[in-house]
Design a protein around this ligand. Structure first.
Ligand SMILES: NC(=O)c1ccc[n+]([C@@H]2O[C@H](COP(=O)([O-])OP(=O)(O)OC[C@H]3O[C@@H](n4cnc5c(N)ncnc54)[C@H](OP(=O)(O)O)[C@@H]3O)[C@@H](O)[C@H]2O)c1
Length: 245
């Protein structure tokens, strides 16, 4: 008999931590695996298992998932929160580009490595690991990843890496439809959420539109409660409105 569990990848970020808490409280009967490169905040919930793992390392991901397979764990709700917009990546400072002259090979690689490759590795590792009844995999994307919706320009690397993530999800949906039929796939825009990632860009956010991470976690889980596999893949925002790909 298999054990069903929830999984948060990137569980030490603001949204990741809030998701772990909310999943642990909502469904105490399920184990919640909180996977992150390090854990600086932990809840006291007994059903949370904290796993320290380089979520971007293909071998480490494959090996951890294979251990879960041996333990007969299957996943119900999976959320991959990995994302980078600014800060440090491999000892280099990263800033979203304001103009095309700011584009650099190293920065583009950094955006793609985190925003596109990490979720792709997990979509790969999990295709045979989902619960037989309906489950879901959500990747935190962003509205700026919409090709159709791009009015403002700028942020080349972040936009392009989230657009590429959306394409990975669209492509995976074709295969999941055959190989993991009951898995809802979601590309999710959480709105602007108070976190380290949004912190330098919060001053222009209209009043009432800077969301807390707990609000974001509950909005996402509410969406997942009603999301249908027939509508795969979903690309939606925090109001549960569809976004043009
Ligand atoms: N905050 C917003 O306003 C906003 C808006 C739109 C979309 N989003 C998206 O929402 C997601 C979560 O963001 P957040 O607001 O919670 O930001 P955050 O607190 O900065 O969390 C960032 C997450 O990305 C992971 N990460 C960062 N660098 C990484 C690396 N080199 N390798 C692997 N993982 C890495 C972290 O993983 P660890 O847990 O392992 O540290 C963490 O879970 C991101 O994908 C972001 O693009 C956020």
């Amino acid at each position: 008999m298999s054990t069903e569990a929830h999984l948060v990848i990137g569980a030490n970020g603001a949204i990741g931590r809030a998701l772990v808490k909310e999943l642990a409280i909502n469904a105490p009967e399920y184990r919640v695996y909180a996977v992150a490169r390090q854990h600086t905040h932990k809840t006291s919930a007994e059903n949370v298992r904290y796993i320290t793992l380089d979520t971007a390392n293909e071998d480490a991901v494959a090996s951890w998932v294979s251990e879960q397979r041996k333990e007969k764990v299957r996943f119900k709700t999976v959320v991959c929160t990995a994302g980078i917009l600014h800060g440090e990546y491999e000892q280099r400072a990263l800033q979203p580009e304001k103009k095309i002259e700011d584009v650099s090979s190293a920065n583009l690689m950094a955006y793609f490595a985190v925003n596109t490759v990490v979720p792709a590795l997990w979509l790969k590792a999990l295709i045979t690991m989902m619960a037989p009844q309906q489950g879901s995999i959500t990747c935190l994307s962003a509205r700026v990843g919409s090709i159709e919706d791009n009015q403002l320009g700028g942020w080349y690397g972040y936009r392009a890496s989230k657009a590429a993530l959306n394409m990975i999800i669209k492509t995976a949906a074709v295969e999941y439809r055959r190989r993991s039929k009951q898995t809802v796939l979601v590309s999710y825009h959480p709105g602007t959420v108070d976190s380290a990632l949004s912190e330098p860009f919060q001053k222009n956010v209209p009043q009432g539109k800077l969301f807390t991470a707990p609000f974001t976690a509950s909005q996402l889980l509410r969406y997942l409660n009603g999301a249908a596999v027939a509508d795969n893949p979903h690309y939606v925002d925090w109001k549960h409105q569809p976004i043009a790909w």
